[in-house]
Design a protein around this ligand. Structure first.
Ligand code: LMR
Length: 396
């Protein structure tokens, strides 16, 4: 019956993470998957999260609504759009609890496929591989807009604008508003505004994928692109995730918000999102969303969490500086100063696949084969070894 089932080649990020776990070398370093490690190289349990979990205890686990917990959904909206948002006052946003950022994008792709079918979906070149996969699975054809210039390691902003200008009106455009995965290169506020002008003029449908809120400049600062867009546009989507900024990866906590033209439209859209959930997994899990809602809803825990996110942000920036400094000690020719300009968890290093493979085989330093490095895996203890491996590979 299943004799012709094709083998799965494996996911380019998740497979490497598994290979790393099986590597017996003690000096190995995991710079593959987007998981934040603390200064000891461990996935942290945030004290705010621990305090919320203790406060909640383990209570009744009945079903929760298809769209998720009401308090959680309200707090997601406030975190994404800002507490004083006009859209929220006008009840124009349909927000549901999702299975992380990926789950939000998956429901978004299915929703758009059902209600706005046949449009091309544009993603950045390069992008997180799963953007293509999720929208193709929903039946869309994915296309790319230029984003990264490998030669100058900067944004191809003019080319990006030209492609989106020439795209058919009403195209779906995946936009990462902050901490671009995989490059770490973001649009400046002026570029964000120019892109917003274009998206609105062409009636494109942006899907903002915001998985790293708080990892660039701050919780509110990182939402500013989305919030400014929200002041001007009537219809767009936002997927957000608490995997990284709450260190709650395995709990699968995120949100999908669909911004609508009217409250009545938002009501009907929420109904369709509920239906999509019912037909897929019925209703979301309880624990992660309860924890996030408890932290965000309690002023003391929220302040603690904001400080914890700041600590993660500062540590990642420090590790970028440390890597650049260590490389400089070893080589005058190799300049990785650009790493300090990039933002968030990731850096596109410009290393070739052969160089990445050499670092992995020779030194046990794991990067994604595209040359993407998760800088959140660097620590004071491994940064010198990573620099040495990088310089050796570049010299090869
Ligand atoms: C990544 O890009 O490494 C993360 O977003 C994790 C994932 O699911 O791929």
């Amino acid at each position: 019956l299943f004799g012709n089932v094709e083998a799965f080649a494996g996911d380019p990020i998740l497979s490497l993470n598994i290979a790393f776990q099986g590597d017996p070398r003690t000096e190995k370093v995991n710079l593959t998957i987007g998981i934040y490690m603390d200064g000891n190289g461990k996935v942290p349990v945030l004290p705010s999260v621990k305090a919320a979990a203790e406060k909640l205890g383990f209570g009744v686990r009945s079903y929760i609504p298809m769209e998720g917990l009401a308090d959680y959904r309200r707090l997601v909206q406030e975190l994404v759009f800002g507490k004083g948002s006009k859209l929220l006052a006008e009840k124009r946003v349909a927000t549901m609890q999702s299975l992380g950022g990926t789950g939000a994008l998956s429901i978004a792709a299915d929703f758009l496929a059902k209600h706005t079918p046949g449009r091309p979906v544009y993603v950045s070149d390069p992008t997180w591989d799963n953007h293509h996969g999720l929208f193709q699975r929903a039946g869309f054809e994915t296309k790319t807009y230029p984003y990264w210039d490998g030669a100058t390691r900067t944004l191809r902003f003019d080319d990006m604008m030209k492609t989106l200008e020439e795209a058919p009106a009403g195209s779906i455009v995946i936009v990462q508003p902050v901490c671009h995965n995989p490059t770490g290169v973001d649009l400046s506020p002026a570029q964000q505004d120019a892109l917003s002008d274009l998206l609105i003029a062409k009636q494109h449908i942006p899907v903002f994928d915001m998985a790293y809120q708080g990892f660039a400049d701050g919780i509110d600062e990182d939402a500013s692109f989305v919030r400014r867009y929200a002041e001007r546009a009537s219809s767009f989507l936002v997927a957000n995730s608490f995997s990284k900024n709450f260190s709650l990866y395995g709990e699968r906590v995120g949100g999908l918000s669909v911004v609508c033209a009217t409250a009545d439209e938002a009501d009907r859209v929420l109904g369709q999102l509920k239906l999509a959930v019912r037909r897929s997994y019925s209703n979301p899990p309880t624990t992660g969303a309860q924890i996030v809602a408890t932290v965000l809803g309690d002023p003391a825990l929220r302040a603690l969490w904001e400080a914890e996110v700041a600590e993660m942000r500062v540590r990642m920036k420090a590790m970028r500086e440390a890597l650049a400094a260590e490389v400089k000690k070893l080589s005058n020719e190799i300049d990785v100063g650009f790493i300090t300009q990039q933002r968030g968890m990731f850096s596109y290093t410009g290393l070739s696949k052969a160089q990445v493979v050499q670092m992995r085989d020779t030194d046990g330093v794991y990067l994604v084969e595209s040359g993407r490095m998760c800088v959140a895996g660097l620590t004071e203890n491994n940064v010198a070894a990573v620099a040495k491996s990088l310089v050796a590979a570049r010299g090869a």
